[in-house]
Structure formats: structure tokens, C-alpha cells
Design a protein around this ligand. Structure first.
Ligand code: DHB
Ligand code: MG
Length: 225
């Protein structure tokens, strides 16, 4: 078997480890049927986020990029019944599908979806001196990754966990962004996010490549100092 079989391995892991939660997979389907792009995290990545939250004893989580609420649902499972997830989404259709999915999964009590440009939402959270978050998952438009990281830091405390999705993009981060047309700003935003993580004196970071149902990609993981 070759590494192009990695989606089949994800399917095997879902089955071998019993990773799928029927209500969440139904929400994934509902989002696809509503025409949302099929770019949500994999089942195994969702469980990984839930476990990161549980391991770090996080009860207050911020998500940037709700989409149809699939990752949001895993975050909501992680924080537990008395925890809180605030999730930022700019597309009204995405937010409304996500609200339906969270409702059907019985998770809406612990999730607040903030509709609007995420930079603006984060700035209002900063202005209102909101309680720092324990974990922040950045998974929105990649061109704004540095703007999101800068604001995430202001919404953090020492020990806050930062996760940035899609930092590999099939190896395109090795390329000159100007060769990538419409994807240029997003590739540049991802490269700049990694450099920001390197240069910030306020975080300690790494990144891991991943394969599987979402293809060759990866995420960055950081701890706020
Ligand atoms: C895209 C965005 C994502 O967050 C992701 O996980 C995969 C793909 C995209 O915009 O293409
Ligand atoms: Mg993503």
C-alpha cells in the first residue's frame, strides 16, 4: 500500500477506534447538502481537538471559522456541559447551518456563534476585556492568519493553547505565493503565520504534517508563554 491510501486508513481508524458520533456526522452531511464546501476537519482531527481541550482542562474555547459547525461540535464536546465555545463566522448561511447542527446535536447551550468579520469580532472581544480563552482554534481565511494570531494572543493567558489549521496545503507553503494566482494571499498568510510563530517572544510553537481524508496538510500548535 502507498501513502495515497491514507484516506482509507482514516476510514479504518474511524471504525477501529469508533470515532464517529452519529449526530456530528449527520451535521457534516447536512452542511454538504446545504451546499457548504467540503473542507471541514476530519473525524479523527475532531476527536484530536476534543482530546487537546480535555488534556489541557480547557473550558473556554474560541474558534475562528465556524463553517457548518462540525469542528465547533467537537470543541463543544471538549469543553463539556458547563464550558463555553465562542465561534466566529462571516457567512450567514454557514452560521445558520451551524446553529441547526449544534441544536440537533444537543450542544447549542454551550456555543455562541458570532456572525461577522472575525477581525471585528475579535477586536470587540478584546475591547470588552473578555475572560481569556484556554484554547483558540484558527481555521478561517488563511490570508488573515497573522491578524488572527495577533488578536488571539491578546485574548490569551500564559498557557493558552493555539491551533492553526491548514499550514501545509499539499506542500504549497514551499512555493513562491505569487505563482499561485487566486491562492496567493492565502499561501502568503500561512507562511507569514509560521514566521510570526517563530518570531513572537510570547509563544512556543511547532507544526505537524498530516495525511488522510483531507489530503496532505497539517496544523501548527503553540503554547502562549
Ligand atoms: C480550505 C480551508 C480549510 O480550512 C481547510 O481545512 C481545507 C481547505 C480551503 O479554503 O480550501
Ligand atoms: Mg481548515
Amino acid at each position: 500500500l502507498a501513502d495515497h491510501e491514507s484516506p482509507a486508513v482514516d476510514a479504518y481508524l474511524n471504525s477501529a477506534l469508533g470515532l464517529e458520533i452519529p449526530e456530528l456526522e449527520a451535521g457534516r452531511e447536512h452542511a454538504h447538502n446545504a451546499g457548504l464546501p467540503h473542507i471541514e476537519i476530519s473525524t479523527a482531527q475532531g476527536k484530536f481537538l476534543q482530546l487537546l481541550i480535555e488534556i489541557s482542562a480547557s473550558t473556554r474555547v474560541l474558534e475562528i471559522g465556524t463553517l457548518g459547525g462540525y469542528s465547533t461540535s467537537w470543541l463543544a464536546r471538549g469543553v463539556g456541559a458547563s464550558g463555553t465555545v465562542i465561534s466566529c463566522e462571516v457567512e450567514p448561511l454557514h452560521a445558520s447551518v451551524a446553529r441547526e447542527n449544534l441544536q440537533r446535536a444537543g450542544l447549542s447551550d454551550r456555543v455562541e456563534i458570532r456572525l461577522g468579520d472575525a477581525v471585528g469580532t475579535l477586536d470587540s472581544l478584546i475591547d470588552s476585556r473578555t475572560t481569556p480563552f484556554d484554547l483558540i482554534f484558527i481555521d478561517a481565511d488563511k490570508r488573515n492568519n497573522v491578524a488572527y494570531l495577533q488578536r488571539a494572543l491578546k485574548l490569551s493567558r500564559p498557557g493558552t493553547v493555539l491551533v492553526v489549521d491548514n499550514v501545509i496545503r499539499a506542500g504549497k507553503i514551499l512555493d513562491d505565493p505569487s505563482q499561485h494566482g487566486l491562492q496567493e494571499a492565502d499561501i502568503r498568510g500561512t507562511q507569514e503565520a509560521l514566521l510570526w510563530l517563530r518570531d513572537s517572544k510570547q509563544v512556543s510553537a511547532t507544526a505537524l504534517q498530516t495525511v488522510g481524508s483531507k489530503g496532505w496538510d497539517g496544523f501548527a500548535l503553540a503554547r502562549v508563554l
